[in-house]
Design a protein around this ligand. Structure first.
Ligand SMILES: *Cc1c(COP(=O)(O)O)cnc(C)c1O
Length: 395
């Protein structure tokens, strides 16, 4: 490597560290769960997407193990060559049944599902209309297509309508939104979005990665919560969060569109099949969710409890009703320090800063899980309050 590049990169890292933007990995010594071991110390975990506490569930682990014994470790192939087992068809069918959609196509991740979503469907004479706070994988997926791009201010339905009017000459139009916005924890206005889509003859795609499994009457996500089932053409989601947390994702929706992805989606055509163990584990998760609604109820009750304790203490929270509680700190370095001090108190949370959230909007994102006990939540809230007072974040 030449010295010039070496110097430039070192300067880059130094400036990241000075601005509190340098991201460190903390090493977990063991399985994901409610309590984890970090640096030899047991801490309560409030920063995993393990909303239902299924990441270390015995039933899921055993299902994955059993599946591996029958279907092997890996496929060494993409789906259309020799990488589709009965198992993959079974999982696609189970997801369609769960989400009440016509068909489903699996991907290695939801990142890949979003990379696949736009390019086969939209070209230069088409338009995609996107919420400004959409997940990075949606933004990257849009970049892979030649569609004209329109962006509306976060959940601003007037701006969405203007974008629909401005794109009226496009052949096809697709509105795309996160179902739950990962950094704020708020839910997209899907009722309004679907109504606008209908009156302007546009398609709707929802990425429900932060909602599938726990939000809505039976855990089917924001689409169910907002009562717009059947009006959303495409849903993308991950199995890497509430649904066991291993990896894998999908696009689920109208059969003709899913057929198109099987013919043309590049992450599907050129990347390896989802591993059997993940299919088996995810099938087990879906069967648990079908029968047991206690987990998702506990997730939401836990989030409400934590939110109320912090609100009462005077913290500035982003208004939300999901399992994500965003505690605003604003200043980047302060958010990092806050998280470090909480870790000293045995509470593991992460300070989020640019580029994950806008500059000057740093925050601690707390994620509640069905695995947390009432005592865990009260202990966490107590630590937030005492550290928050010491740091002058609350009075
Ligand atoms: C986490 C997330 C993804 C990525 O999912 P992976 O399966 O981890 O690739 C995509 N979209 C949204 C909205 C997410 O929150």
């Amino acid at each position: 490597m030449n010295h010039q590049l070496e110097r430039e990169l070192n300067e880059f890292f130094t400036s990241l560290k000075e601005d509190g933007l340098y991201k460190e990995e903390r090493i977990i010594e063991g399985a994901q769960g409610r309590e984890i071991s970090v640096g030899g110390k047991a801490v309560l975990n409030f920063c995993a997407n393990n909303y239902l506490g299924l990441s270390d569930d015995r039933r899921v682990i055993e299902a994955a193990q059993d599946t591996m014994k029958i279907f092997g470790f890996g496929l060494s192939s993409v789906r259309f060559i020799c990488g589709t087992q009965t198992l993959h068809k079974q999982l696609e069918q189970a997801i369609s049944t769960y989400l009440r959609t016509e068909d489903t196509i699996l991907f290695s991740s939801c990142y890949d599902a979003n990379a696949a979503l736009f390019e086969p469907l939209l070209s230069a004479e088409d338009a995609v209309i996107s919420d400004e706070l959409n997940h990075a994988s949606i933004i990257d997926g849009i970049r892979l297509s030649k569609a004209q791009r329109f962006r509306y201010r976060h959940s601003d339905m007037n701006e969405l309508e203007k974008a629909l009017e401005a794109s009226a000459s496009a052949r096809r139009r697709l509105i795309v939104t996160d179902g739950v916005f990962s950094m704020d924890g708020d839910v997209a206005k899907l009722r309004e979005i679907c109504a606008l889509a209908q009156s302007h003859d546009a398609l709707v795609a929802v990425d429900d990665s932060h909602a599938t499994g726990y939000l809505g009457e039976t855990g089917r996500g924001s689409v169910e919560l907002c009562g717009v089932e059947g009006q959303v053409d495409l849903i993308t989601t991950t199995f890497g969060k509430a649904c066991g947390g291993a990896s894998g994702g999908c696009i689920s929706g109208r059969k003709l569109l899913i057929d198109l992805y099987r013919q043309r989606a590049r992450p599907y055509l050129f990347s390896n099949t989802l591993a059997p163990a993940i299919c088996g584990g995810t099938l087990q998760v879906l069967s648990i969710l079908k029968e047991d609604h206690s987990l998702r109820k506990r997730t939401l009750a836990n989030a409400d409890h934590f939110r109320n304790l912090l609100k009462t203490a005077g913290f500035d929270l982003i208004d939300a009703t999901t399992a994500i509680v965003a505690v605003m700190v604003y200043e980047e370095a302060k958010a990092v320090e806050f998280a470090e001090k909480l870790l000293d108190e045995g509470i593991y949370v992460i300070g989020f800063s640019y580029p994950v959230v806008p500059r000057g909007k740093a925050r601690i994102r707390v994620q509640l899980s069905a695995a947390h006990t009432k005592k865990d939540i009260e202990r966490a809230a107590g630590a937030f309050i005492s550290v928050g007072r010491t740091m002058g974040i609350i009075i």
